[in-house]
Design a protein around this ligand. Structure first.
Ligand code: DC
Length: 218
């Protein structure tokens, strides 16, 4: 049984997807972390993303695995290393590459084999799991997403300018929506939930209600 949660950057997908999975007794898959992991190994190997042969070589020689919540690349725990601004800046190269997308979608389907899963990303309901039992499209106004991100920075003791964060969100929206393969779209049959003004708990409550109405969850 698969639940997909797609949506733009900063819509709160990771937090709510993780909590929803826990409530339903499902496993959780953060597919953004997989693109980040590929960007990380690409940077380490000095890959030229325009060289299709090199990208194919990388895909053939890279293993992505999990140990609980931790993501491993060729056995090395990269969970923290993939969250740097350097990786955020480079991840578009991996996410835009059709061969990388084919590789990761195949891996996502393999992970889902025989498992009940809440999977979260940009193309989970549209490309990876079009027949999922429940598809959610999570949205929020860019200003709201920027405001939340600024709060996250402040909670970590970091100062950031709202305008700069907003510009970054709008730039990521453009990149996500214009990707030639796996672009961010509302998947066919997905339920759209706007999270503006809702707390994380309220969003998770709403999602659980939607899922349980479909007979999903233990
Ligand atoms: O959600 P995130 O910021 O960790 O995602 C990292 C990048 O990967 C972001 O540029 C969007 C991209 N991505 C994607 O193209 N498809 C997915 N299923 C998940 C993430």
């Amino acid at each position: 049984m698969i639940v997909t949660i797609d949506g733009p950057a900063g819509a709160g997908k990771s937090t709510v997807a993780r909590r929803l999975a826990k409530r339903l007794g499902f496993a959780y898959l953060d597919t953004g972390a997989m693109y980040r992991a590929v960007a990380w190994i690409g940077l380490r190997r000095g890959i030229d993303w325009n060289d299709d042969e090199a990208v194919g070589w990388l895909a053939a020689r890279t293993s992505i695995q999990w140990n609980g919540d931790r993501i491993l690349v060729n056995g090395e725990d990269v969970s923290d290393a993939i969250r740097t601004t350097e990786i955020t800046a480079a991840v578009g190269h991996a996410a835009d590459h059709p061969a990388v997308r084919r590789w990761l979608v195949q891996l996502q389907r393999a992970v889902a084999e025989g498992v009940s899963l809440v999977t979260e990303g940009r193309d989970q309901g549209s490309v990876a799991f079009p027949d999922a039992a429940c598809k959610i499209f999570l949205v929020a106004r860019p200003e709201e997403r920027a405001r939340r991100r600024v709060e996250d920075f402040h909670a970590r003791g970091e100062e950031v300018e709202f305008e700069k964060v907003l510009a970054d969100i709008l730039q990521r929206d453009r990149a996500d929506q214009s990707r030639p393969v796996g672009a961010l779209v509302k998947p066919d049959g997905a339920i759209c939930l706007a999270t503006d003004g809702l707390t994380i708990e309220q969003v998770v409550d709403r999602l659980e209600e939607i899922a349980r109405k479909r007979g999903i969850g233990s």
